[in-house]
Design a protein around this ligand. Structure first.
Ligand code: PLP
Length: 232
């Protein structure tokens, strides 16, 4: 059983493909990768980016062969998004809509954002934005009601959205799973001190593992949230 990981290489290994692969290791899951960019990230927040040619991203996806689920992270630019849309097999997949590093470096160009919305979000099993990403992608405010933010994703054709409250305040980190026509599901864990990098990558990768194993979406989110909380 194999999961395909599509994303960027973070030289610090705190986030991106190196983090995704650590999650696969923890779950005894085989992986294939399609690297979208190589980045040099330092502890001062510096970030240099070299995107991979879209034809090579497509070749990596084709070379992966049969996979049971996929997960996307950093997508860099529109050419890469189109290449993914054209080669990604029809398997459950999770989009972690990574737009920037915690330090603020941009990881997806504006045209890439539009391409992700048009071509990938309507096909995904789940999109996992944090509140800031949800606001940026929908054009709403990050303090808008969760249901309003989710409606913005449903208007793009999203089938399900997990809105992550990890960056909000309060004693608990609360994520909401929303699907059109279903009651919202709440996933909470106690908030851990500090701000560790790679939490979004970790959660989305773990959800992809559980989808590959055949769990339904709610169960996959619940198991992944528990795994993330233990890791933190
Ligand atoms: N760099 C890469 C390649 C990533 O994929 C991500 C997130 O997915 C980040 C950086 C951002 O990570 P963080 O929010 O932990 O800074």
């Amino acid at each position: 059983m194999t999961v395909l990981l599509i994303g960027g290489l973070d030289s610090s290994t705190g986030a991106g493909l190196a983090r995704d692969l650590a999650v696969m290791c923890d779950h005894d899951m085989t992986a294939r990768v399609a690297a979208t960019a190589v980045t040099a990230q330092d502890s001062a927040g510096g970030c240099s980016i070299h995107p991979i040619p879209a034809t090579l991203v497509a070749a990596q996806i084709r070379a992966a062969g049969q996979v049971r689920a996929a997960k996307t992270g950093m997508l860099a630019n529109a050419d890469i998004v189109h290449a993914i849309a054209e080669t990604l097999p029809e398997v459950p997949f999770v989009i972690d809509p990574v737009l920037a590093t915690s330090a603020g470096a941009k990881l997806l160009e504006r045209a890439g954002c539009a391409a992700m919305i048009a071509r990938l979000i309507p096909r995904a099993t789940l999109v996992t934005p944090n509140l800031l990403e949800a606001a940026q992608l929908t054009g709403l405010k990050s303090d808008a009601e969760i249901a309003t933010l989710a409606a913005g994703f449903f208007a793009m054709g999203a089938r399900a959205v997990l809105i992550k409250g990890g960056h909000a305040d309060g004693p608990e980190a609360v994520d909401w799973l929303l699907r059109p026509g279903s009651a919202p599901l709440r996933f909470a864990s106690s908030r851990k001190p500090g701000s560790r990098r790679g939490t979004g990558c970790t959660l989305a990768s773990a959800i992809a593992v559980h989808l590959a194993r055949g769990h339904d979406l709610a169960t996959a989110c619940e198991y992944a949230k528990r795994y993330l909380s233990d890791w933190l």
